[in-house]
Write a protein that binds this ligand. Structure first.
Ligand code: CP3
Length: 367
């Protein structure tokens, strides 16, 4: 990746200002690892670190619907900071959801507890597609405000912004909700390739705009979540999905902030995901990191990849398995590894087990 000179530059090509305060996190272990520079220890954060595993989260969210909570900057700030305070992780992930930009452009979407995003009118035709208009920064003033509050408060701890990747967002929009087999989504992809291409292209633009808002407000890195992309065969990914994901990575490349690309069940896709344009590829627990390093190819960082379920085993076992992850990551050399779980924190996880894991990774990887 190129030098993160964007940290201190005043203006981006479209004339907006980029806060210099992002620079406070420049020398953090997380950003150093993203740039393959020497690190004092392997940085660690957890996908879904903010959320239902924390009693303090349940308390502040009481009575507030999920998507509404994402539009309250002070609440977003508090929830984002909770796991940083508690676990001493090396990065904060912005509290929001992948469907927030869809809601912001007028899609009728709700997050149902213990179900996930539910879309009132799924998108299945060219006519439906007209409802998916471009996202403007003015559609999400609460995102700009919340990121700004957080960057001021976080100081040297980097803030990771994020968005859903076109395929995963398309799956929710076409199915109308969470899906095991993605059958309607794939039927469109295989049977109506022009409609599909138009859909993922529009989603790429919405996702790019959502990431730009977060970066311009001060996020230090971004992660593109393509959680369900592992349901695709490599040729279909290459033909029907990769161009849209690449469009997103290209759209934010000029900011110079590290770009992470994550999906689940992506063992057969890791090489293509490496080519899609990210600087760092997230790996689930099914592929050891030394094998992933070969598949992703040289010059890329890796993020992962402890099986989240390991956290339910005794501490000694967690430590043995975490050490195995650190050992496998040595294939990357001295830097370029960001420790994470292979997928998100589960609501039933013991928060203390997560805090112990952070301390263990720091200690076991100290250089
Ligand atoms: O801590 C963090 O990682 C930041 C916040 C975050 C949330 N969602 C908050 C959230 C992030 C990064 C996401 C991303 C997201 N949202 C993904 C990609 C990551 C992944 O897990 O694969 C996906 C697929 C979604 C869609 C979504 N939103 C699902 C499947 C769910 C869970 C539904 C349930 O109740 O089990 C949500 C809701 C959601 N997003 C919650 C949180 C904390 C739980 C809702 C609540 O607390 O009421």
């Amino acid at each position: 990746m190129s030098e993160t000179t964007a940290d201190t530059t005043a203006a981006t090509p479209d004339g907006r200002t980029t806060p210099a305060r992002r620079g406070a996190a420049h020398d953090s272990a997380f950003l150093r690892a993203c740039r393959h520079e020497p690190v004092p220890h392997t940085p660690v954060w957890f996908m879904r670190q903010a959320g239902r595993s924390l009693p303090e989260y349940l308390k502040v969210r009481e009575g507030i619907p999920m998507l509404e909570s994402c539009m309250r900057p002070e609440l977003v700030k508090e929830i984002t900071l909770q796991p940083v305070r508690r676990h001493k992780v090396d990065a904060a992930i912005f509290f929001s959801d992948i469907v927030v930009p869809l809601k912001a452009v007028g899609i009728d979407v709700e997050i149902k507890p213990n179900v996930g995003p539910v879309i009132a009118d799924p998108i299945r035709t060219f006519e439906d597609l007209q409802r998916l208009r471009p996202l403007e920064p003015d559609d999400v003033p609460y995102i700009t405000e919340a990121v700004g509050l957080l960057v001021d408060e976080l100081g040297g701890t980097p803030l990771i912004g994020f968005a859903g990747a076109p395929y995963t967002l398309a799956s929710y929009l076409v199915e109308g909700g969470p899906s095991k087999n993605h059958e309607n989504t794939k039927a469109m992809m295989y049977g109506q390739p022009e409609l599909w291409a138009a859909l993922v292209d529009r989603l790429a633009d919405i996702t790019s705009a959502f990431l730009k808002v977060q970066i311009e407000a001060g996020a230090s890195a971004i992660q593109l979540f393509d959680s369900w992309v592992g349901s695709l065969a490599p040729d279909d990914y290459r033909r029907s999905v990769m161009p849209a994901s690449t469009k997103v990575f290209d759209a934010v490349a000029h900011y110079g902030v590290p770009r992470i690309h994550f999906g689940v069940g992506t063992g057969e896709l890791l090489g293509l995901m490496g080519q899609a344009g990210a600087d760092i590829v997230g790996v689930d627990w099914r592929v050891p990191l030394n094998v992933a390093a070969d598949r992703v190819g040289p010059g890329k960082g890796l993020q992962g990849n402890l099986d989240p379920a390991v956290l339910f085993a005794p501490t000694k076992v967690v430590e043995t398995k975490a050490r195995e992850v650190l050992h496998a990551a040595q294939a990357l050399g001295d830097s370029g590894h960001i420790f994470n779980l292979g997928h998100g924190v589960l609501p039933s996880m013991d928060p203390d087990a997560l805090s112990r894991l952070v301390a263990f990774v720091h200690e076991a990887s100290a250089r």
